[in-house]
Design a protein around this ligand. Sequence first.
Ligand code: PDD
Length: 289
Amino acid sequence: MTLCYLNGTFQPLEHAAISPMDRGFLFGDGVYEVIPVYSRRPFRLDEHLGRLQRSLDAIRLANPLSSTQWQGVVNRLVTEFAADDCSILLQVTRGPMAVRNHAFPATITPTVFCLAEKLHTPPDEQRTQGISAISTADIRWLRCNVKATSLLANCLLRQMAIDAGCAETILFRDGMLSEGAASNIFVVKDGVLLAPQQNHLMLTGITYDVVLELAANHGLKTDVRDISDAEVCAADELWMTSSTKEVLPIVELDGQKVGAGKTAGLPGPVFWAMYGWYQDFKRTVMRGN
Ligand code: PDD
C-alpha cells in the first residue's frame, strides 16, 4: 500500500481521488516541489517550502498549510515509507471549479496532494560514463522560476532527448543557456565553474545552490552569469543537476564529444571533484552520519 496525503487525509494512493473539474487537471493551474529524503531526513525542507511559497505567491494562491503543517505531513509520509530514502512530492492546485472558466473562482478550495515515492537515483554508469544531451530552443513561458505543474513544454522537451537516445535537453533562449528540460546546467571552462544567473528564465534548483556552495567551500572558482551557446559548445565539462539526479556529467552534446584532449567524451576532473564533495556532503549533512 502506498500512503498519500490528499486534502487533510492520509489514505492509500489507490483510494485517492480528485474532481475532474480540478483546475490542476484542466488547466495545469498549480505548483509543486520534489524533495529528496536520505536516511529518513528530508533534504533542505525549509528551502523547498520557501520555494513552494514563492511559487504560490507568483500564481496568487494562498498557502493552504503552515510550515509546521507541511513538516507534519512530510514527516508522516517519510516515517511510513518502506525505505529510508525516498522522494516527496508536494503539490497544490487552485482546486475544483463548478463551471470551466479560466478566471479564478470566487471561492477557492485548493487541492493539496503529497506522496512519498521511491528515490530513483541515477544508475552508476550514468556517473561513470556520463550522459548524452541534445540542445534546442527554450519554447517555455517567461515565468520559469515558478515551479508550476503546467509542464507540457518540459515534457515535450525531455521526450525530444529520449527519442534521440539521450538523457536531457539543454535549452537556449536568444542564444543564452537557460537550463535543462528538468534540471539545471553548469559549464566548466578553464577550471572555473560557470552557472547561469537566477532569473525568470530558469528554476533556481535547490541542488544548483548546493553545487555552488560546495564549490565555494572547496575553493573552486565560480562565475554566475549569462552563458552563451558558443560557451556551452566550447565547454571543458557540462553537468546537469536536480534533486533526484544529483550531479551528472554530460559527455556528449548534439552528437559531439564535450571537452577536448584526454577527457573528451568522458566525465572530467572537476566533475569527479564535485562528485566526491557531493557524496561527502550527502553522507555527513544529508544523512547525518
Ligand atoms: N525538477 N529546472 C527544472 C525545469 C526542473 O524541473 C528541476 C527539477 C530543476 C532542478 O531543481 P532541484 O535541484 O530543486 O530539483 C531545474 C524536479 C526534480 C521534477 O520536476 O521532478
